[in-house]
Design a protein around this ligand. Structure first.
Ligand SMILES: *Cc1c(COP(=O)(O)O)cnc(C)c1O
Length: 482
C-alpha cells in the first residue's frame, strides 16, 4: 500500500486531512473537527526566511553538546555514536507516515520489523520472548517487576520484598517501590561485586526477586552469577537483570544462560538510538518461558506469512503504553542490528571493553580506583585524592572537563564510590579521541595540584557558567535567552 497521510493546515489550503494517492477522497476539515474548534481567521504565524531558520538551528546545535560533536563519556548511559543510516530507515515514508490506528493489512512491514526485532533481541538475551512495549529502561523495570508480581500471584504466593544491590541505578528501587514492594538492600563486597553471604542472609520466603545489573555499575562482571541464580531460585524467587550494560555482553554471553528470568534492554543505549534529550527511549523486556503468558498486550504474532497484533492473552498484565511502544526507536535498533550482524555485535562489546581498559590504564596513576583494575565496558574512579589534598571535588573536575571540550562523565554514582567519576568510552571512540580525553583528565589532575583555583572556577568557556543547581530546581526557567 502506498498511501501517505497529509495534514495540510496551510493558510491557503485549509484542505484538511487526506489519504493521497489511490482512491481515497479528500475530506473537508469541517467533517473531521467540530466547526466550533476551527479558526475563524488564519493564524498569525511569523514569516522568517529559510536562511535565518537554518542559521538559528545550526547556532543552537553548536551551542549544544552532543555525540555528533565529541565523546560523551557518561558511565552507565552508553552514549555511543548513532549511525545516520538509522535515521534514514526511520524516515522512510512506509514507516514515518504510518498512523497507529491503521489496520494491520496496511502495516505489514512495520509489524514484520517489530516481530523480527523481538526475535533478534530474544536471541541476543537467550530468553523465551520479548515485549517491545516499554518506553524506557525504567519503564521496562516496572514492566518486569509487574510480570514477577503476576507470576507469584499465579502461584498463590504473597511475596512483598524485592532485593536490590547497593550499587544499583536509582531506577531499580524506584520501580520496585512503584510496584508496591518493600526494598531490601544487598551489600557489595570489597571486590566490588555482590556479597553472597549478605544475599543469603536476606533471602527468605517473602522475597519476590533479586534485581541485579550485570556487568554491575562499576563495570565488573558478577562472576558468581550462576551460584546466585541457584540461591535465588532455590528460594522460590526470581532473578531480574537490569540490562543497561548489555554493551559489554553482546554475542559473548546471554542473560538467559546466566539464569535470569526477566531483563530489560535500553535500545537507546546499547542499540544506538539517540538519547539524553529526554526521549524517546525504548526498554524492551525479555522473559524466560514461565513468564511468557503474562507479557503485555499486544504481541506481534506471525501466521504463515502474515503478521498481526494479538490481544488474546488472558493472563497478560495488560498494556504498559499506548499503542505498541516507541516505534521510531525500534526501527533504529533494528537497522543497527541488521547492519552489524552477529559478528559485528560481538565486536561492539569487545571493542567497548578494550576501549574502557585502555582509558583506565592511562588514568590509573592520577586518580584513585577503589575496585579491581580490569573492567568490562566502564570503570569508576574516585576523586578522593583531589578532594582531600587540594579541596577539588569531583563536581569541579567534571566542570573543568567542559572547558577541555568534553561532556562530563557520570558523577557521584554509583553511591558506593565516594567522589565517583564513572566513565564509559564505548566502542565508537577512536584511540586518538581516547588519548585526547585522557590527556584532559590528566591535565586537570595536575591543575588540581598546582593551581586548584582554576579547576574551582570552571567552566569558563561555556555559554553559561556554573549554575545554582538548588535555585534551578526551585525556580525552573527554561526560556532564558543566551
Ligand atoms: C540508564 C539506566 C537505567 C534507566 O534506564 P532509562 O532508559 O534511562 O529509563 C537503569 N539502570 C541502569 C544501570 C542504567 O544505566
Amino acid at each position: 500500500m502506498k498511501e501517505k497521510l497529509i495534514f495540510d493546515l496551510s493558510r491557503k489550503g485549509r484542505k484538511g486531512y487526506s489519504l493521497s494517492g489511490n482512491d481515497c477522497p479528500e475530506l473537508p476539515l469541517e467533517s473531521i473537527l467540530p466547526s466550533k474548534f476551527l479558526r475563524k481567521a488564519p493564524a498569525d504565524l511569523p514569516e522568517v526566511p529559510e536562511s535565518e531558520v537554518v542559521r538559528h538551528f545550526v547556532r543552537l546545535s553548536n551551542l549544544n553538546y552532543h555525540v555528533d560533536k565529541n565523546m560523551y563519556p557518561l558511565g552507565s548511559c552508553t552514549m555511543k555514536y548513532n549511525p545516520k543510516i538509522n535515521d534514514y530507515t526511520c524516515d522512510l515514508p512506509g514507516f514515518s507516515a504510518l498512523h497507529p490506528l491503521q489496520p494491520a493489512e496496511t502495516t505489514q512491514g512495520a509489524l514484520q520489523l517489530m516481530y523480527e526485532l523481538a526475535e533478534m533481541l530474544r536471541e541476543i538475551a537467550g530468553m523465551g520472548a520479548v515485549t517491545l512495549q516499554p518506553a524506557a529502561g525504567a519503564h521496562g523495570e516496572l514492566t518486569g517487576i509487574l510480570l514477577i508480581k503476576k507470576y507469584h500471584e499465579a502461584q498463590g504466593a504473597k511475596r512483598h520484598k524485592l532485593l536490590v544491590v547497593d550499587s544499583a541505578h536509582g531506577t531499580n528501587p524506584a520501580s520496585a517501590a512503584l510496584a508496591g514492594y518493600e526494598i531490601i538492600s544487598v551489600k557489595g563486597n570489597a571486590d566490588g561485586r555482590t556479597d553472597l553471604e549478605d544475599l543469603r542472609s536476606k533471602l527468605d520466603g517473602d522475597v519476590a526477586a533479586l534485581m541485579l545489573t550485570n556487568p554491575n555499575t562499576i563495570g565488573l562482571f558478577e562472576k558468581d552469577i550462576q551460584q546466585m541464580a541457584k540461591m535465588v531460585h532455590d528460594n522460590g524467587s526470581l532473578l531480574y537483570m537490569d540490562g543497561a550494560n548489555m554493551n559489554a555482553l553482546l554475542g559473548i554471553t546471554r542473560p538467559g544462560d546466566m539464569g535470569f528470568d526477566v531483563m530489560h534492554y535500553n535500545l537507546h543505549k546499547t542499540f544506538s538510538a539517540p538519547h539524553g534529550g529526554g526521549g524517546p527511549g525504548s526498554g524492551p523486556v525479555g522473559v524466560s518461558d514461565k513468564l511468557v503468558p503474562y507479557l503485555p498486550v499486544p504481541i506481534v504474532e506471525k501466521e504463515g506469512t502474515t503478521y498481526k497484533l494479538s490481544y488474546d492473552r488472558p493472563e497478560s498484565i495488560g498494556s504498559m503504553m499506548n499503542f505498541y511502544g516507541n516505534f521510531s526507536v525500534l526501527v533504529r535498533a533494528y537497522t543497527y542490528i541488521r547492519m552489524l550482524g552477529p559478528d559485528g555485535l560481538r565486536r561492539v562489546s569487545e571493542n567497548a571493553i578494550i576501549n574502557a581498559n585502555y582509558l583506565l590504564s592511562k588514568l590509573l596513576d592520577s586518580y584513585d580506583l577503589p575496585y579491581p583494575k580490569t573492567v568490562l565496558h566502564e570503570f569508576c574512579l574516585s576523586g578522593d585524592r583531589q578532594k582531600k589534598a587540594h579541596g577539588v571535588k569531583t563536581l569541579d573536575i567534571a566542570k573543568r572537563l567542559l572547558d577541555y571540550g568534553f561532556h562530563a562523565p557520570t558523577i557521584y554514582f554509583p553511591l558506593i564510590v565516594s567522589e565517583a567519576l564513572m566513565i564509559e568510552p564505548t566502542e565508537t571512540e577512536s584511540k586518538e579521541t581516547l588519548d585526547v580525553f585522557a590527556d584532559a583528565l590528566l591535565s586537570i589532575a595536575r591543575e588540581a595540584e598546582t593551581e586548584p583555583e582554576v579547576v574551582l572556577a570552571a567552566p569558563v568557556t561555556t555559554p553559561v557558567k556554573r549554575l545554582d543547581e538548588a535555585m534551578a530546581s526551585r525556580q525552573l526557567n527554561t526560556c532564558c535567552a543566551l
